[in-house]
Design a protein around this ligand. Structure first.
Ligand code: NIG
Ligand code: FE
Length: 416
């Protein structure tokens, strides 16, 4: 047994009360400004003030002492929505969008997601795994200790399974926790351009059983959007996924308010994601169902769209999480510090609300809250030391990462 003392830190954490934090509770963060944490075999044994802990425990009981230098300590980031399994960037498309081309028009013309599909279909599982590993490590260095990665650049059985096994390969190579999501319904592939319903049938009858048989994916996600998958197609896919035992997520109301949020609530999805265009009634249904809103401000930034209405959602009682949406099109960032900054400065969240959104609520959004997302006794000792006094440093010191040390299960990641 190895026992470590993490001392001389300003500790900030949401408190896990057994469900995602909503409304006023989202911004209620516990802090110990002369704090310490005891970690036993990578698991949190105790957190409190340093004087309290030292009066109960003799310093000879620790195998190692980590001095946080009086800096802020927070739980490791949980990036609950990424598409970082891809190969090849789309810089030319970014240039077109800067000149006014729309994201959905580019997709309709066979670009966007569909150009990433061509890239991913061409390469081997090993190459795809390596490309994804590079992204995951980059995120790790920015403080992401747990993350979700979606498939969805395959759009046929063989390549969707290849993506999921590449994601699983990354999971085995890194000490990050990784949750995989099947997203065969990310776009309608070229082969089905004029028969989208046939593609929906392929997803339901062939892809979902194959994905479940493979045993890697825990969730199923659908891009419910004008010109992509309609509400009724999304409902059919999600119903089949649920019957097959997968958890549900929806890319909802990203560009148009189709009613994706209401569908997420109706289907008891764990989360509705994006929501840039979500209307009041969709938001009200999320609050009633307790569905988590996973907000992705990197997408509003990159698509130059109005940000999601985080303040309205929090006031309505919706638990909010924030994530990168890391992908080569609509949000090319693996940086949770950047997302934290956007959430505070451009979505009006308080640093405390953003902290809960980037840790505990995000952990709930991917079914990992029993292990990560807060400094509660019994959870993994995943924590970050920030070069600052409080989580606000993540918004205040812009354009850099204030994350100076990263610990996963009590073990330091060497940054270099
Ligand atoms: O979440 N909206 C759909 N899917 C991704 C974008 C993927 C891509 O453009 O490659 C998103 O924004
Ligand atoms: Fe996405």
């Amino acid at each position: 047994m190895t026992r470590k003392l993490i001392r001389n830190g300003r500790f900030f954490t949401p408190i896990d009360e057994g469900s995602p934090l909503a409304g006023d509770r989202q911004g209620r963060v516990a802090s110990w400004l002369n704090g310490a944490m005891v970690v036993c075999d990578g698991v949190i044994e105790r957190i409190g003030t340093e004087s309290e802990i030292m009066s109960d425990m003799n310093s000879s009981r620790f195998d190692e002492v980590v001095d946080c230098g009086g800096n802020c300590v927070i739980p490791g980031f949980v990036d609950s929505h990424t598409h970082m399994c891809f190969s090849g960037r789309r810089e030319a498309e970014f240039g077109l969008r800067l000149k006014g081309a729309s994201y959905l028009d580019i997709l309709k013309a066979g670009g966007g997601i569909l150009s990433s599909v061509q890239g991913v279909r061409k390469i081997s599982a090993e190459q795809l795994m390596q490309a994804t590993f590079v992204m995951a490590v980059s995120a790790f260095r920015l403080g992401t200790t747990t993350l979700e990665i979606k498939s969805g650049y395959g759009l046929n059985i063989e390549t969707e399974l290849k993506m999921l096994s590449a994601i699983d390969g990354v999971r085995r190579q890194t000490s990050q926790d990784i949750v995989a999501t099947f997203m065969g319904a990310h776009a309608v592939p070229e082969e089905f351009r004029n028969s989208a319903d046939d593609y929906v049938k392929l997803i339901i009858h062939d892809m979902i059983p194959a994905v479940v048989g493979q045993g890697i994916a825990r969730y199923c996600d659908v891009f419910c959007e004008q010109g992509v998958f309609s509400i009724s197609q999304s409902r059919r896919i999600l119903t089949a996924a649920q019957e097959a035992g997968l958890g549900l997520k929806i890319h909802a109301d990203e560009v148009h308010d189709l009613g994706g949020a209401a569908l997420a609530a109706e289907m008891r999805a764990v989360s509705a994601e994006h929501l840039l265009a979500a209307g009041d009634s969709g938001i009200a249904s999320l609050a009633t169902a307790g569905t988590i809103a996973v907000l992705l401000p990197g997408t509003a930034y990159s698509l130059q769209k109005p940000y999601a209405r985080a303040r309205y959602m929090i006031a309505a009682g919706v638990p909010v999480a924030i994530a990168t949406d890391c992908n080569p099109g609509s949000s090319f960032t693996e940086s949770m510090p950047f997302i934290f900054g956007l959430s505070v400065m451009n979505m009006g969240m308080t640093p405390e609300e953003a902290l809960t959104a980037a840790t505990l609520n995000a952990a709930y959004a991917i079914g990992m809250a029993d292990r990560v997302g807060s400094f509660d006794k019994g959870k993994q000792a995943d924590f970050l030391i920030l070069d600052g006094e409080s989580p606000a440093i993540l918004a205040y010191h812009a354009g850099v990462s204030p994350v100076i040390a990263i610990y996963k299960k009590g073990k330091a990641l060497e940054i270099g």
